[in-house]
Ligand binder design. Sequence first.
Ligand SMILES: Nc1nc2c(ncn2[C@@H]2O[C@H](COP(=O)(O)OP(=O)(O)OP(=O)(O)O)[C@@H](O)[C@H]2O)c(=O)[nH]1
Length: 564
Amino acid sequence: MESMGVFSGGDFRAWTTLLVLVSLLLGVSGIAAAKDESALVEVAIQLKWRHQFQFAGYYAAIEQGYYRDAGLNVTLYERSESRSPIDQLMSGRVEFAVADTGALIYRASGVPLVALAAIFQSSPSVLVTRADGPIDSLYDLKNQPVMLSGGYMNAELLAMLANAGMAVDDVQVVPSETSLEPLISGEVAGYNGYSTNEPFEFTRRAIPYRVFRPSDYGIDFYGDILLTTETMLNTAPDVTRNFLEATRRGWDYALTHPDKVVDLILRDYNTLGKSREHLMFEAEASKSLILPNVVPVGYMNEERWRHIESVFRDQGLLTGEVDLNTFLYSAEPDSLFDELFWAHRWYWLVALVSMVGLALLLHARRLHAEVAVRTRQLSDAKQQAEQEARTDYLTNLPNRRHLLECLVRYSAQSQRHDLPLSLIMIDVDYFKRVNDEYGHAAGDEALRQVSALLAESVRTGDMAARMGGEEFAIVCLNNDAQEAVALAQRLCQDIASTPVTFGSTEFSLTVSMGIAVYEHGEAVSSLLQKADLALYQAKAGGRNRVQTWHADGDLPSGPRTASP
Ligand SMILES: Nc1nc2c(ncn2[C@@H]2O[C@H](COP(=O)(O)OP(=O)(O)OP(=O)(O)O)[C@@H](O)[C@H]2O)c(=O)[nH]1
């Protein structure tokens, strides 16, 4: 767990490289998008109403330079009393227009309109009543004066009334006005407003109100359809696509920075004289209908348009055939998946970078774990090698090197704590004969069995070792000369009385032993030499015996010679 949250040098370099690559990619695309002002294509858009947050995306796209990046110089026109947006579009005064779903009726009657995008996924069009009046349900509007626009303008409100069980004739239709006063004064019982607008005024004036939404009565229309003409689409498809993309970017910006765009409206577009609070209310209410977190801004679905078409047909507003394939604009990417992918590309990028980062982190952790395992293996191998270097391969007893280390340590302890220390050198008698008579393998086995006997006879802390060939030694700390002699004699007898078994063969062995007792201050080599000399004397004395070294002993100093 120790590497969690800590980047190694390798991780850091990988991250840096990735970030540089991403920056380069973004930088390159930014440079490519920059356009020469003189080469901009002039286009105009007719808005559906007066300036307000309802058209925030277009203001943002101009202000943020998205249209310029797309090679366009865009002019916005507010709604004029005399001409509808569709009139403006079809007369060629503008290339684009924002209108409502009634555009479908035009299309059915042969007007070559193309719907590029539906900005509001749910129409803001609602019927507003006073909550403190006699209207508790739509049915209460029967025979009441209700402000409504005729034809397709309020088709969704009329369809709502129809779904609530009323005919258009059941209410007294009063022509629309922009003023709310007739409703407030009680002159009319219902008012065709926008859920993004009128509620603010009622709240501000502390007048209780009620909103009847078509969507609550199964009528689900889009709001604010961005339109162009077939001619425009055929003659300038790139301009159309670029305009749509830049508009979407504008909306994305406006919906994520509503306060900035409200500032912009107050500064440059506030022909309605709305307050900041009113515009912020509109921004909030619009966002809940545009649903930018659910679908890319402008998303359209053929099924929804079929639904709208059927409502128009039910009301007798639409009779001809409508070819939705030609009415609904489709450019690549055209699937919801692709649209969602592009709309959320930054999230994907962040997710991708996070995943790469996570993968690097996991890789670093795995490397860390691998290094730990390898280090442990190396340490084990080293320990094993050291152990093997100090162990006799045939008998598994400590070897000569190990015994010498032990002697050095024990001699220091003996001196420090004034403890007796004895060294017993042991040599198998006439061992050459064993090899000669029973074979080398039997000789090996004999050495193993002698070793086992020695190992089990020494006390814990003492050491029995094989010095080489048929020679062994025992180091006894805290054993005086007498105890060492007693141990050696007992071992001599045990070895002599314990036959060696090799397969079906049995034979006996004897050993000779030389004992020396450590004198404080003397070198380990001197102790070894004395024990060796005592062993030599034991051999010379007839073998199968124990000889203790004495300072005044008559010991020969030359090398021992084997004698059968
Ligand atoms: N099988 C076997 N024989 C060994 C090993 N190491 C040494 N030897 C044999 O041990 C014998 C030692 O012979 P010598 O040094 O002449 O001594 P000895 O025959 O024991 O006679 P004394 O020591 O004088 O009693 C040699 O024949 C060596 O080859 C071993 O690891 N295995």
